[in-house]
Each structure stands twice: as structure tokens, then as C-alpha cells.
Design a protein around this ligand. Sequence first.
Ligand code: SAM
Length: 285
Amino acid sequence: MNKMDYQLIDSGFGEKLERFGEYTIVRPCSQAIWSKSKELSKAWSDCNASFNRRQGHHWEGRDAIPESWIVQLETIKMKLKITNFGHVGLFPETLNLWKNIKEKITAAKAKQKRNFQFLNLFAYSGGATMAASQAGAHCCHVDASKGMVQWAKENAQINQIAKNPIRWIVDDVNKFLKREIRRGKRYDGILLDPPSFGRGKSGELYKIENAMIETLENVGKVLNHEFSFIYLTSHTPGFTPTVLSNLLKKLFNNGSITSGEMLLKAVEGGGLDIPNGSWSCIDNI
Ligand SMILES: C[S@@+](CC[C@H](N)C(=O)[O-])C[C@H]1O[C@@H](n2cnc3c(N)ncnc32)[C@H](O)[C@@H]1O
């Protein structure tokens, strides 16, 4: 059950070397301004594929990797694919978050009699939805991209939770939240990972600096009075743990707030850990 098919092997000179199941991949990593580990030079040169932005978005060795493959990340399986933007369908720095969400839901369910309602906003390929559903939550998964919601549904099938109570919503987050407010829908746990820049279902522009406050205000209106947690994460430069916790402090005045860096932890004997975004959480204890 504890199989972990992801490893950060090394990083340096603006790149990172990661293992996803049986494939090792090199991708850009602007934070890794240090040098690569000399002892790992063979691992770098033996990589299966690499992505760079030197001549436009460009993969080398793409043929060495199947169109899609499945990895096991402890209790969660994820289908991965090489995309034209260098993503593979997994942000590994969020793995810890999935674990925490699962623990928080399990603890809350032990205390409350009703179903736990979990809302995953900007939900991408659905790792957190898988975690929450495995913990027994009723989930609502929202993303503006039809393709990403389809990918998340495939992940639910692979994890054998497709029949669990999960609402799959293809919509702009702010439009969806306004509808939920009107319908009087309430949630016990909410995760939101607003992108620096995104597009809603009908092309609505989402720029974090303009749209996130509205999203957070709407989140406040769909929270159950006795909610369990709100997790806010960001990959946007400058949105540090302090910035995220300040935002939560300004908008919500109950609960205890913690925050930190999202980290890609290097494998033992490998290179250095890499910070990749920030998180902040309100626990309503
Ligand atoms: C950075 S990814 C989120 C990563 C994900 N939370 C994870 O850790 O795996 C951003 C996601 O937000 C979606 N998105 C962008 N703008 C949106 C909007 N206005 N409404 C809903 N989803 C949006 C994108 O389709 C994409 O899947």
C-alpha cells in the first residue's frame, strides 16, 4: 500500500530530474539555480525524456515514453500523460496536502454525524478529490477544462471510486460558486489552488491578482458554519506562505491558521529539496 512511484532525484542549472514510475524525466525548474550533483551525472544522461523551452515548448525522447501510464502514490493511482506544456498530470509537491486532507476528513467524520462535503476548486487531474473520496467525503470537483475533468474521471475509475458520490463540474470557479451560494449549498472542507492565469469555461479571464479575492469571498459564503478546513495553495511567484495566511486572516476570523512552502523532497542520497509554491490552511478547531 505504501508504494511511492514518484521521486525527485536531483536538480540544478535550472532543471529537475524526476522519476514517475519507471520513467525518468528532466524538466525546467527556475528555482534550481544551484549546480547538479556530480555523483548523479549518469542518472541525468540516462533520463528517458526531457522538456525544455529553449526553442519553444519542446520534448526530446518523447517516443521513449508511452502515451499514458499509471503511477501508484501510496493509496492513490494517477494516470500520467506527457502534455505539450511539460505537465504530466501531477504536481508532486501537493502529495503531502492530499495526505493531510485525508487525515482531516477522517478526523472530522469521526466527530460529525452527517456526510462530509468536500469542494475541490481548480481541481486539475483530481489527486485531492481521490484522497477526499477515499476518506469517505462527498466530493464536488470543479475545473474549467473539460479535458482535465475527463482526466480526473479516468483517475476515479482507476482508483475504483467512480461510483462514490462525486459531482464533476466543468465551469468557471467564480460562476460556479455564485450558483452554489444561490442554491444554499454548504461545504465542510474546501481546497483551492487558483492559477496565476487561467480561462473559465467560456473563455473568462482569471488573473489571480484580480479574481482571487472574489473567489475567497465566495468560498466564505459556501462554508458550513461548523466547517473543518480551508486549504489555499498557490504557485504564483510572490504568493508566499505569509501572503496566503494574511489573505485567510483578512477574510475569515475563526480557526487557527498555519502555512508553509510546498516542497519537492529529494530522494535520500539525491540532490536538494525544491520549494514549489505555498500553502496556507485554516483549521476550524
Ligand atoms: C495549477 S492547476 C491546479 C493544480 C491542482 N490543484 C493540483 O494540485 O493537482 C490549475 C487548474 O485550474 C483550472 N482553471 C484555470 N482557470 C479556471 C477558472 N477560471 N475556473 C475553473 N478552473 C480554472 C485549469 O484548467 C487547471 O486545471
